[in-house]
Design a protein around this ligand. Structure first.
Ligand code: PEP
Ligand code: MN
Length: 264
């Protein structure tokens, strides 16, 4: 895979004068929760609504997502708000179900990017569609594995591609949930300057009071977009409660963020 200008065509089609924003809850919980949050985000800088319905949890026993029923809620949220809908897919069955329900954007989670067989079957199932596919970095700081995931999709003929930087696992105790290791994303950006690069400050920080700061760092590094977990009642979220912000707080964050203008 070589860098080429066509890589960012899909992003340019949004015709935004600000970075692309993807927002919505970590997990879809109920139909009314999905609809409430989507309506709250409708008149904002958000272009794409996210919600996990299959949740790959590190350990068993946590909430593993509502499953395919959530696709119907997202379909309704799209019809009511006009927002594009994004879900995480981890295997071919997820992709097939999401395609049947008109999902627009598919993202590959950090625990799936580490698995070439899973990425390959996702790529083959999406082949021939014109869906947007975003690849999160693998949980471990391995740039080749991250690029390899993108290449599997590219080789399957998928053209609307992007990457999401969500930080890397570490055994060390740090202020981050997943350390950013900015230099890895910057190397990817240098090698593929036209491949849209999106920052996920929610999973990097794990805490809502650091979302604005890490978002600003990403914009200062010329990232193309942000994915920010947003919930109407973050403290009672069924997953990732500490890192989600309300739609109102998200809008405040946007007001404060300084977007670097393209240098002439
Ligand atoms: C998520 O986006 O909710 C998620 C599970 O993220 P990650 O794959 O980055 O851990
Ligand atoms: Mn999450």
């Amino acid at each position: 895979m070589k860098n080429n200008k066509d890589m960012r065509k899909w992003l340019d089609e949004f015709k935004l004068d600000h970075p692309l924003v993807i927002a919505g809850p970590c997990s879809a919980e109920t139909q009314s929760q999905v609809l409430r949050i989507a309506h709250d985000l409708k008149d904002s800088d958000v272009s794409i609504f996210r919600a996990g319905i299959w949740k790959p949890r590190t350990r068993p026993g946590g909430f593993e997502g509502v499953g395919a029923i959530g696709l119907e809620w997202l379909q309704r949220a799209k019809a009511e708000t006009g927002l594009l809908m994004a879900v995480e897919v981890a295997n071919a069955t997820h992709v097939k179900l999401a395609l049947e329900h008109g999902i627009d954007v598919f993202w590959i989670g950090a625990r799936t990017t580490v698995n070439p067989f899973a990425v390959q079957e996702i790529a083959e199932t999406l082949a021939g569609t014109d869906k947007i596919v975003l690849v999160k970095n693998p949980v471990n700081p391995d740039l080749a594995l991250w690029i390899g995931g993108v290449e599997r999709l590219y080789n399957a003929g998928i053209q609307k591609l992007g990457v999401i930087h969500r930080g890397f696992s570490t055994y060390e105790k740090t202020k981050y949930r997943n350390i950013p290791e900015w230099q890895i994303a910057i190397e990817l950006q240098n090698r593929f300057p036209d491949l849209p690069l999106i920052c996920d400050p929610s999973h990097i920080t794990g805490r809502r009071d650091m979302i604005a700061e890490v978002s600003q760092q990403a914009l200062d590094l010329n990232y193309d977009g942000l994915m920010i977990e947003t919930h109407d009642d973050p403290d009672h979220a069924w997953s990732d409660a500490a890192q989600q912000v309300t739609p109102a707080v998200l809008k405040e964050i946007f007001k404060e963020l300084k977007v670097r203008k393209a240098s002439s």
